[in-house]
Design a protein around this ligand. Structure first.
Ligand code: NAD
Length: 510
């Protein structure tokens, strides 16, 4: 980064409301994956500071839960407006900090705007059911009440949107939140959080003192800080996004204290391409979902399961498309693939390719490091395609890089079995214009993933649907549909408006 662009970046941070000196320290060294240049050195909060943070959130809950939900929605509306206003700046911070191309950085902030709009509508629709009673003069109803403080722990690859998904729903549902961003992307988290702080100020100016101190807090640090939140019985819900390794540690701890959790963990997403597919459409979807965000989306396409009759022609088209990918500085408007997050991610990709080779794979393209002269501290990888003889051990692992394994099949049953025969269960898709094949893939005997798409890749979900996956992906859902219910507690109320006291199940007592 030149001196001018470094100064420009400081100006962007300032416009995002981040006063860097107040966060300065020697614990978190934030480097841009674009060129390895240090962006900031931040202080981490000690885990010992968490009880006070948690106590503030607990106090805030007492007040916030009593604010009418549509008024809570007004705060989230203001946050959405702030995010829209700062979209270019926050998007730029994301690109600098995690290496997303400009369009993807902007798209991530837009997801925040979208979930805020969704949550504002939801703030007038947090309704339960009225249920008929078997007893005369009785009525049963359900209510949803605020749950309590929510811990939001996020991964590096969606440093803004995943916080927004959780926070927008938590706030309209009446829950305060404590946000622990990834230590690899604290600036993007801070920029998104600062927009919320400004919204709280505007809300207070418009609605009076209804938003309590401690309604939204951010804590910077590593897994020790996150663990202090995870272990606290005062955190009613822990929403943690990251690797299955992290989930394996967090899940049992929250369960041991009977807390609620949303785990959004690793994926190993597949696409089935049948002989009835529009191959050109499939190629476009493969390229976007396998190389977009340099293969660092939880929903990135990692396994291509293609019918043997169309494999050759599909691969020819795909290799042609890969040969014209524009890989480089993500801040240039025409770049499609930016860098990996760090050297360790590049090493993991190399290791996976070597293991695939040992397990009978054939590298068809890519894998090598690019632009090393220009960016000695940036890790740019040529997106790789490896033809595999079978779904071997390495194919069953999530490698967080642009690495696509190709597998072939003969019958649709084999393809579906292959899609399902991994420990993760996030996203999947089929490319086919044959109604029977499509319906089979979507049926109870079809894909076992949380998301199963048709003629569209596995990545790039909209916020309206529930997002998440089965098995080692965690089993939970966030974002749209009825995911909001996880941020609330349900009560069932039976009301007797008769003068009798009949018992259920016809029981006579006394
Ligand atoms: P990571 O697991 O290394 O870290 C994620 C977060 O968890 C960080 O904030 C980290 O500090 C915290 N953490 C790590 N260990 C912890 C522990 N033992 N206890 C409490 N907190 C802990 O993940 P990452 O490298 O930042 O992100 C990449 C991973 O995230 C990939 O596996 C990807 O598939 C997954 N991911 C999943 C989704 C989803 O919605 N399913 C979305 C984005 C990313």
């Amino acid at each position: 980064m030149t001196e001018t662009s470094f100064t420009d970046f400081q100006a962007v941070l300032k416009r995002c409301g981040i006063d860097l000196p107040s966060y300065q320290g020697n614990d978190i060294n934030v480097r841009s994956p674009i060129d390895g240049v240090e962006l900031a050195r931040l202080a981490a909060q000690p885990a010992a500071a968490m009880p006070a943070v948690i106590e503030r959130a607990t106090q805030a809950f007492e007040q916030w839960r009593l604010v009418p939900a549509p008024v809570r929605g007004a705060l989230v509306r203001l946050w959405g407006e702030e995010l829209r206003r700062c979209k270019a700046d926050i998007g730029h911070v994301i690109s600098r900090e995690v290496g997303k191309i400009v369009q993807e950085g902007l798209g991530e902030v837009q997801e925040g705007v979208d979930i805020c709009e969704y949550a504002v509508g939801l703030s007038r629709q947090l309704h339960g059911k009225t249920i008929v009673s078997e007893r005369p003069g009785h009525r049963i109803m359900e209510q949803y009440h605020p749950l309590g403080p929510v811990a939001v722990i996020t991964a590096f690859n969606f440093p803004s949107a995943v916080f927004a998904w959780n926070a927008a729903l938590a706030l309209v549902c009446g829950d305060p939140l404590v946000f622990k961003p990834s230590e690899k992307a604290p600036l993007s988290g801070l920029a998104t959080f600062k927009a919320l702080e400004r919204a709280i100020e505007q809300f207070t100016a418009q609605f009076g003192n209804q938003a309590p101190q401690g309604l939204a807090q951010i804590v910077l640090g590593g897994s020790d800080v996150a663990e202090a939140l995870v272990d606290s019985p005062q955190m009613a819900l822990v929403s943690a996004t990251g690797s299955s390794r992290m989930g394996r540690s967090v899940g049992p701890k929250v369960a041991a204290r009977f807390g609620k959790r949303i785990l959004e963990l690793g994926g190993n997403n597949a696409m089935v391409v049948t002989p009835a597919a529009d191959l050109d459409l499939a190629v476009r979807a493969i390229v976007f979902s396998a190389v977009g965000t340099a293969g660092q989306r939880c929903t990135s396409l990692r396994r291509l399961i293609v019918h043997r009759d169309v494999k050759q022609v599909l691969l020819e088209k795909l290799l042609k498309a890969y040969s014209s990918l524009r890989i480089g500085d993500p801040l240039h408007n025409d770049t499609l693939v930016g860098p990996l997050i760090d050297a360790a991610a590049f090493a993991a990709m190399q290791q996976a390719i070597a293991q695939a080779f040992q397990q009978g794979g054939k590298l068809l393209t890519g894998g090598q490091r690019l632009l090393e002269q220009q960016f000695p501290q940036g890790f740019y990888a040529a997106p790789a395609i490896v033809d595999m003889p079978a779904q071997t051990a390495i194919v069953q692992q999530e490698t967080f890089a642009p690495l696509l394994y190709v597998l072939s099949y003969e019958t649709l049953e084999q393809a579906i079995a292959c899609n399902n025969d991994v420990t993760q269960g996030l996203s999947s898709c089929i490319f086919s214009n044959d109604l029977r094949e499509v319906e089979m893939f979507l049926s109870a005997a079809g894909s076992d993933c949380g998301m199963a798409n048709v003629n569209i890749g596995p990545s790039g979900a909209e916020i309206g649907g529930a997002f998440g996956g089965e098995k080692e992906t965690g089993g939970d859902r966030e974002s749209g549909s009825d995911a909001w219910k996880q941020y609330m507690r349900r009560t069932t109320n039976t009301i007797n408006f008769s003068r009798e006291l009949p018992l259920a199940q016809g029981i006579h007592f006394g």
